[in-house]
Design a protein around this ligand. Structure first.
Ligand SMILES: Cc1cc2nc3c(=O)[nH]c(=O)nc-3n(C[C@H](O)[C@H](O)[C@H](O)COP(=O)(O)OP(=O)(O)OC[C@H]3O[C@@H](n4cnc5c(N)ncnc54)[C@H](O)[C@@H]3O)c2cc1C
Length: 398
């Protein structure tokens, strides 16, 4: 039984690997190689083919021993979106090259999907990938040209998940191909975009004659949309279905404010707090369910419901926190331009939380789009008419 075996495996590993002597990175690499990183992954890819639900047991055993962790908050796109996409669609060589430094946090990832003319309608992306026959000292591959926008953490990223158009003559969903973009390649330019909170968590990324070898392609040529769906479904689970303890996350912050400020309590605020508490518990438990499905390979469209509910809940809770704290809640921790290396809603001021939460209903698919997905794919309601599905992308009005 895995449940009985895993604590012994962790203890054995710790006995042979002293983090103080090895240093953080070597310790994490060794943990990956021992299959104790993502225990549900295949052997050789950081796992042991063990049941995913036992991962918290392993993580807790390492934490109790005071071992360093892989700082998951710094590489949310890598861990939550890139890893499942690479595992499902990557070649053996790509999996071997990319997964270990992704898990250890040595290589940070970003997502090069949205463009100025393609956000909700992601299948419209215009960034071109054209075959490069090679020659003259160059290996054959692809030449990428285009502009991406709202690219979170591109300023820290070593790799990007890139959706590009390889055949403009085909209808929009069919002419796409998915690549891993080397963010250090010549022609990749990252410029900060300052947002409502004052800082630049995201960027615009200009890709000019960027050359990528063909072995950085994920999935077949023309199959980019299918690969992107894996990323998007996992993104919604990563944003909305994070493992959270009971009364953790934003609802925990709110409950603490309630306990600490008896002077500000009113029956109306109490009712609202309890309503949000119940909603938070429903989102948390549904998140558990979709995470289990994601581990089995397909989070399914229900991940959209979790992300939709999470966004609404976070916005309501951060608003109620401001009401509860009154003038104190309006203090802000500085509207100066910074380029953070993580999004930390809980560790910041109430004012930051309130402003940052506005983005929750936009990032990873807007709430309007998620409602369409739920209507069609969960509730089985008639699909929104889409007149452009069979027209060549190049003939669509833009
Ligand atoms: C904090 C943050 C981080 C982000 N990080 C990344 C990232 O790392 N990588 C990345 O690629 N992107 C990222 N994004 C971009 C995000 O995915 C897009 O903003 C989002 O998909 C919406 O696209 P858009 O901004 O082009 O808005 P649009 O698609 O132009 O939408 C504008 C409005 O119209 C509504 N709308 C559009 N189409 C429909 C429709 N068919 N039916 C009903 N309503 C509709 C939308 O809901 C929205 O309210 C991030 C966004 C935010 C806010």
């Amino acid at each position: 039984m895995w449940k009985d075996r895993l604590p012994g495996l962790v203890a054995e590993f710790l006995a042979g690997h002293d983090p103080g002597r090895l240093g953080r990175t070597d310790f994490l690499r060794a943990r990956f190689d021992a299959g104790l990183a993502w225990i549900h992954h295949p052997v050789g890819l950081g796992g042991l083919d063990a049941p995913r639900e036992l991962q918290p047991l392993v993580d807790a055993a390492f934490a109790t021993a005071g071992a360093p962790d892989n700082a998951p908050h710094r590489n949310g796109i890598g861990l939550g979106m890139a890893a499942p996409t690479i595992v499902r669609h990557g070649s053996p060589a790509l999996r071997e090259r990319l997964l270990r430094p992704l898990w250890t946090g040595e290589e940070i990832w970003c997502q090069l999907f949205s463009e100025p003319g393609a956000g909700s309608d992601l299948a419209s992306v215009a960034t071109r990938a054209v075959r490069d026959p090679g020659g003259g000292g160059r290996t054959a591959g692809w030449i990428i040209d285009g502009q991406k926008v709202w690219t979170s953490l591109a300023h820290r990223a070593r790799w990007g998940l890139l959706l590009a158009r390889t055949d403009p003559d085909l209808p929009k969903h069919r002419g796409l191909t998915y690549f891993v973009c080397d963010m250090t390649a010549p022609g990749v330019e990252v410029r900060p975009l300052r947002q409502l909170t004052g800082e630049a968590e995201f960027n615009e990324v200009f890709l000019t004659d960027v050359r990528l070898p063909d072995d950085l392609r994920l999935g077949d040529v023309g199959q980019g949309w299918q690969v992107a769906r894996t990323t998007l479904m996992n993104e919604r689970v990563a944003i909305g279905g994070r493992p959270t303890p009971r009364e953790g996350g934003m609802i925990g912050v709110l409950a603490r404010a309630w306990r600490e400020r008896p002077d500000r309590r009113t029956p109306g605020l109490h009712d609202e707090l309890l309503r949000l508490w119940v909603r938070a518990e429903a989102v948390r438990l549904t998140g558990l369910l979709v995470r289990q499905r994601a581990a089995a390979g397909d989070p399914g469209p229900e991940g959209s419901a979790v992300k939709l509910s999470y966004a609404a809940l976070t916005q309501a809770a951060s608003g109620l926190e401001l009401e509860l704290l009154g003038a104190d809640g309006l203090r802000y921790d500085g509207w100066h331009m910074r380029r953070p290396d993580r999004v930390d809603m809980l560790g910041r001021t109430p004012g930051y939380r309130y402003l940052r939460a506005r983005g929750n209903s936009i990032e990873g698919g807007t709430s309007e789009i998620l409602r369409d997905i739920i209507a069609e794919r969960v509730l089985g309601l008639p699909a929104v008419p889409r007149a452009d599905r069979n027209t060549a992308w190049k003939d669509l009005p833009r």
